[in-house]
Write a protein of this length. Structure first.
Length: 353
């Protein structure tokens, strides 16, 4: 609240932006608010928190009967958490230097006042228990999600909690047996021939169908049910993994530019990173240090793979690991997801705007 009053309110007042302030007091309150509120009187929904509150808002919007219209309501983010991956990404897309703390907050408040909405990609994730989750940032299994959740005890340290959490986890490195399947965003000539009879099989198509109650439901046109094998033109890796990360924004956190090639929030694919158990601790340290500068993809890091994808499936052999969607813990079980290009809307600025 102090940060809002001292850094954000003066800018909103000067820009003649009228707002209503709602302070959440419990988990899922924001989700319930946007699910039930009449949104027609507002131009935008602004979230000042970490990525978790934006996760609530997006999933609340998608639970509405009028979700197709509601999810187009312009969103904006002001960093108030320890991760702030979306805020850092918006800052990056807008041409600002990588900053943290109050500098990042001031930049995002300026971007909000400019009020330029752009498309936001959203990933539809389905779990083995048939839960439907909508994600704007990341899907993680292994080291990344272990550090994210296990470092909660260090939250008082701010973003430094992730550095300490990474050091602690690297001392006792865990590996996870499972199967990773994915549909590349860019197909080879042979794969294009295989999928030529089904044009939708290599692109993300936003479409909806009606359920038994007549309500419109977002359709995942690239996916088959989890109890069926993935389509034959998908790629599958079965191995012992250290980490699996699907990221759809440039930053995983304010100090980690994990996908520097992403130039906007609506590019239409996920960036899949995975490392097998053959990767060394030295390579992992090198990876995380280079990630702070966004130079890790320019370096040779054995047993680390990066590929743009439009859909993926993760099938753990055991249910003992940690899985996260946008930093929120979900059941460690088979899951799959596909990206929906430009389904949402978020305030950002193109470079030079």
């Amino acid at each position: 609240m102090t940060l809002f009053e001292t850094h954000v309110m003066p800018m909103l007042t000067e820009a003649n932006v009228h707002f209503t302030l709602l302070v959440t007091e419990r988990p899922n309150q924001a989700r319930e608010l946007v699910r039930e509120q009449d949104l027609s009187t507002w131009d935008a929904i602004v979230v000042m928190s970490g990525d978790g509150l934006m996760f609530e808002v997006i999933n609340g919007l998608m639970e509405r009967l009028d979700w197709e219209k509601a999810i187009k309501k312009t969103l904006s983010v002001l960093p108030g958490g320890s991760g702030n991956g979306l805020a850092a990404s918006i800052n990056h897309y807008s041409g600002h230097q990588q900053v943290t703390g109050t500098k990042l907050l001031t930049n995002c408040a300026f971007i909000l006042c400019k009020g330029h909405p752009v498309p936001l990609d959203i990933v539809s994730v389905t779990t083995s228990s048939q839960q439907r989750i909508f994600s704007f940032l990341s899907l993680a299994w292994g080291l990344i999600s272990d550090v994210d959740i296990e470092s909660e005890k260090y939250r008082f340290m701010g973003s430094a909690r992730f550095s300490l959490g990474t050091f602690v986890r690297l001392t006792v490195l865990r590996t996870y047996r499972g199967r990773l399947s994915y549909l590349p965003a860019i197909l080879s000539p042979e794969e294009r021939d295989t999928t030529s009879t089904n044009p939708d099989s290599s692109t993300s198509v936003n479409s909806s169908t009606s359920d038994s109650m007549g309500s419109r439901v977002l359709e995942d046109s690239l996916l088959v049910p989890l109890d069926q094998p993935v389509p034959s033109h998908w790629h599958t890796v079965e191995d012992q993994f250290v980490l699996v990360l699907a990221l759809y924004q440039s930053h995983l956190g304010a100090e980690h530019i994990t996908a520097p090639m992403v130039k906007g929030p609506g590019e239409g694919h996920m960036h899949l990173f995975y490392a097998t158990s053959r990767i060394s601790r030295t390579s992992l340290i090198k990876l995380f240090m280079a990630m702070e500068r966004g130079t890790h993809l320019d370096q040779e890091i054995p047993h680390l793979t990066h590929i743009p994808v439009v859909a993926l499936r993760i099938e753990p052999s055991e249910s003992t690991g940690i899985m996260t969607v946008d930093g929120e813990v979900i059941e460690c079980s088979p899951i799959q997801g596909q990206i929906h290009h430009g389904l949402g809307s978020v305030i950002s600025m193109g470079k030079g705007t």
